[in-house]
Ligand binder design. Structure first.
Ligand code: GLU
Length: 330
């Protein structure tokens, strides 16, 4: 097992977290909870908060999505420092990272389809994630250069556990080689993958603390691998928050259209009601009440966050019909 990367030392960097929404549609209440808690943890300790629009997925990003997110955050009272970064504005930092990886011979071009990869693994009709095995790495040395920027590239992922030290959920170990194998870092759209972009951006935005939903817990291990390969010193501290579920036990997502922030605003619901619901979900207040975002940093201290994780491991948070009625004041 690889020992965890040391934390980035804040000597030269103020503690900084980031809000990193994807403009794939309206923010929903589950997103708001993660964004609010991340923001509140940071503001409660006078850290910086930067905003990054993760808009590289052209198919899923919506026109005007970044503006809509900024407007919803401002309406909620969630603030950020300095100009927001839009990933699609400039691909040069990601290309530079790819060139570095190619120089270290850590990446290779491969246009094998998911089906071909599954077939090679002897499970053409399998479900679940596709694991790219070392046996499919190309033999031709020219595949290890970063020439064709319109092709798929993968990172060589060595076997072995990678330990992730989480401020909220303790240490966990993941083995990216068995979860994804050689992972995609550059796509045939001529754009970096999420994993590469996030690592490059957390570094260039001087992020010392990543606070986000725990659907990305195993990604932290992949991101640590990439950080090692890119020669970055240390790792941000990780804070993975439990997710919110709907009444059918599915993760709250856009499919709960009426739980979207724009729709709630249009229905005349106040930001204080939204914040109050989300704060009650997180156990920061005993029950739902109207609350301005500015009151949350004082509530979201370390013990409160640990209580949240503890409680949710026993009883994950759900968006109920009573919550909906309370929001709408009916
Ligand atoms: N953009 C991702 C999302 O909206 C978050 C990525 C991250 O925090 O690393 O789910």
């Amino acid at each position: 097992m690889t020992p965890p990367l040391p934390d980035i030392q804040p000597e030269n960097r103020p503690r900084t977290t980031r809000l990193a929404p994807s403009p794939t549609g309206d923010l929903h209440l589950g997103n708001v909870r993660s964004l609010l808690l991340g923001w509140a943890i940071a503001r409660g300790q006078d850290w910086r908060v930067v905003l990054r629009h993760e808009d590289l997925d052209q198919e899923r990003s919506e026109d005007g999505g970044c503006e809509a997110i900024e407007s919803s955050l401002a309406w909620l009272g969630i603030t950020w420092d300095g100009p927001a970064l839009r990933q699609s504005d400039d691909l040069e930092p990601y290309r530079a990272a790819m060139i570095h990886l190619a120089e270290q011979r850590r990446i290779f071009a491969s246009d094998l389809s998911r089906r071909e990869i599954r077939e090679a693994a002897g499970a053409p009709h399998g479900k679940g994630p596709v694991v790219f095995p070392p046996s499919l790495r190309p033999k031709d040395p020219s595949a290890f250069l970063f020439n064709d920027q319109e092709g798929n590239y993968r990172l060589i992922v060595e076997p072995g556990g990678e330990q992730v030290r989480d401020e909220l959920q303790g240490d966990r170990e993941f083995d990216p080689s068995t979860e994804v194998g050689d992972m995609i870092v550059w796509t045939r759209n001529g754009r970096p993958s999420y994993q590469l972009a996030v690592v490059v951006d957390d570094d260039r935005q001087n992020v010392t603390d990543v606070i986000r939903g725990d659907d990305l817990f195993s990604s932290a291990a992949r991101q640590q691998r990439l950080r090692r390969d890119l020669g970055m010193a240390g790792s941000p501290r990780w804070w993975h928050l439990p997710m919110v579920y709907d009444q059918q036990d599915r993760r709250l997502s856009k499919r709960d259209g009426d739980a979207g922030i724009l729709a709630l605003r249009e229905a005349g619901i106040s930001a204080e009601r939204v914040i109050g619901l989300v704060a009650a979900w997180a156990g920061l207040i005993p029950e739902r009440r109207e609350l301005p975002a500015s009151a949350v940093p004082d509530l979201a201290d370390g013990p409160a966050m640990r209580r949240l994780v503890d409680r949710e491991s026993r009883m994950p948070c759900r968006f109920t019909e009573e919550d909906d009625r309370w929001l709408r004041n009916t």
